[in-house]
Design a protein around this ligand. Sequence first.
Ligand SMILES: [Zn+2]
Length: 120
Amino acid sequence: MSRSAYGKSPCYYCGRRISNAGWAKVSHMRKHVREGLVTEEQRIDYSQGTRNFRTYLRFSATEEGKRARRESIKQRRLQQGQGLLEYAMLLILVALIVIVLLVIFGRGIGNMFSNIISNI
Ligand SMILES: [Zn+2]
């Protein structure tokens, strides 16, 4: 899962893919604030002077939020495992089909090649 500066990344708490745009993240996190998973905290930085302050938003996980985060990570790992399993099963299915086709038509195909070779 890529965590690039553009596009979307999965949310730590619910696993939904949310836009990396700052406002979209904040509005999504405020949903989790309402659910009680995180607390919102505003920090004001006066280091550039009282007239030139900057405000920061900080979302920290509550105990429930930490639990939701663990659960979400577990779910994502499980889904990745399932994807891998489906891929492996598909590969086995294709191999079985090829084997069955060779068993049924193998002799016919061999004869066909023999005929071609003897006719050259
Ligand atoms: Zn979320």
